[in-house]
Design a protein around this ligand. Structure first.
Ligand SMILES: Nc1nc2c(ncn2[C@@H]2O[C@H](COP(=O)(O)OP(=O)(O)OP(=O)(O)O)[C@@H](O)[C@H]2O)c(=O)[nH]1
Ligand SMILES: [Mg+2]
Ligand SMILES: [Zn+2]
Length: 302
């Protein structure tokens, strides 16, 4: 039987919807018994964006991942939950209304950082009269160099820029609270209404997300989006987080105390690096927030 490469789009129980890059089709496939066992032994789960080997309708191998975004599973059992693999970008979607929360934005940024995936802030619903100035100034305060794009699914503002970021085979996963307009944005860019969307009031009434699973959406410019359900609880995967702060780990080797918390300890090489301008203060802040997060597992993100 001939084997080909396929990309994981969505999962419904034991059935995976996979995308075939050679012909652009989506088909259903299931894990081979052998791969199922291998994944179980390694505590791995296939996730949207994963590259796999397909033999007929059987998925027989998982290819090495270029990047993996993950978080601690909601419910506090402490397992890392994979969110999307092989992404070039995380589009962190937030709208300039009551939903806007700079701490949440920072949390998403730290997650992207931890996975080594580039983050772009999408300020959605730029057509509504929210307090755009205060939103932009809090983003500036977080990091003056942070890229952001103003977009609107209604007026079309910013859609070309978002589209161009993924041109030529790049992939981006859209993340952000339920109702910020992730699916609407993708529909507006793709030019049809393939993804279900709904009024925010409906979200609140039903207490559910309109989008319920991650799905791969190919664009005609060669790029890919992954739509995802709004994340209610966002915690960071410690292993990813630590690996995303290799610069700080290296600096910490120069601290006087081995267990230095880089807060007020004398002889702290990390603080010295901030003072001398070799380390951004905002980066140390993100790192410390993350450490704080690790000490308080199960803390809800509001
Ligand atoms: N004014 C305005 N409303 C928008 C825009 N984009 C989306 N909306 C509205 O916002 C609501 C939620 O949009 P969705 O696209 O379903 O939001 P979502 O982020 O995909 O939500 P989940 O799938 O639950 O995570 C809908 O009522 C949309 O019509 C926009 O650019 N401007
Ligand atoms: Mg959606
Ligand atoms: Zn220190």
């Amino acid at each position: 039987m001939t084997a080909c490469e396929a990309w994981i789009s969505a999962q419904h129980h034991d059935v995976f919807s996979v995308y075939l890059p050679h012909n652009g089709a989506f088909i259903n496939a299931a894990l081979s018994g052998k791969l199922r066992l291998q994944l179980k032994q390694k505590h791995l789960q296939l996730v949207a964006g994963d590259r796999v080997t397909l033999e007929g309708e059987r998925i027989t191998a998982l290819h090495e991942r270029r990047s993996l975004l993950s978080r601690i599973e909601a419910g506090g059992r402490g397992f890392a939950q994979a969110l999307a693999a092989n992404m070039d970008y995380v589009f962190i979607c937030t709208s300039p209304n009551e939903e806007f929360n700079i701490k949440r934005v920072d949390r998403y940024l730290a997650m992207a950082d931890g996975a080594g995936v580039e983050a772009v802030l999408l300020i959605t619903k730029a057509d509504i009269a929210g307090d755009l100035n205060s939103v932009l100034s809090s983003i500036q305060a977080l990091n003056p160099n942070r890229q952001y794009l103003l977009c609107s699914a209604i007026t079309g503002q910013g859609l070309d820029s978002v589209r161009n970021l993924v041109a030529g085979g790049k992939s981006a996963v859209l993340m952000g609270s339920s109702g910020v307009g992730k699916s609407s944005l993708i529909n507006a860019i793709v030019g049809d209404s393939r993804l279900e969307t709904s009024e925010i009031s409906a979200h609140k009434d039903k207490g559910r997300h309109t989008t319920t699973s991650r799905t791969l959406i190919p664009l005609d410019n060669g790029g890919f989006f992954i739509d995802s359900p709004g994340i209610r609880e966002l915690q960071l995967d410690n292993s990813d987080a630590a690996s995303g702060f290799a610069d700080i780990t290296v600096l910490a080797g120069g601290c006087r105390f081995r267990n230095c918390a880089h807060m007020k300890e004398p002889g702290c090489a990390v603080r010295e690096a901030v003072a001398s301008g070799t380390l951004r203060a905002s980066r140390l802040d993100s790192y410390l927030k993350l450490k704080d997060e690790e000490r308080k597992p199960g803390k809800r993100l509001k």
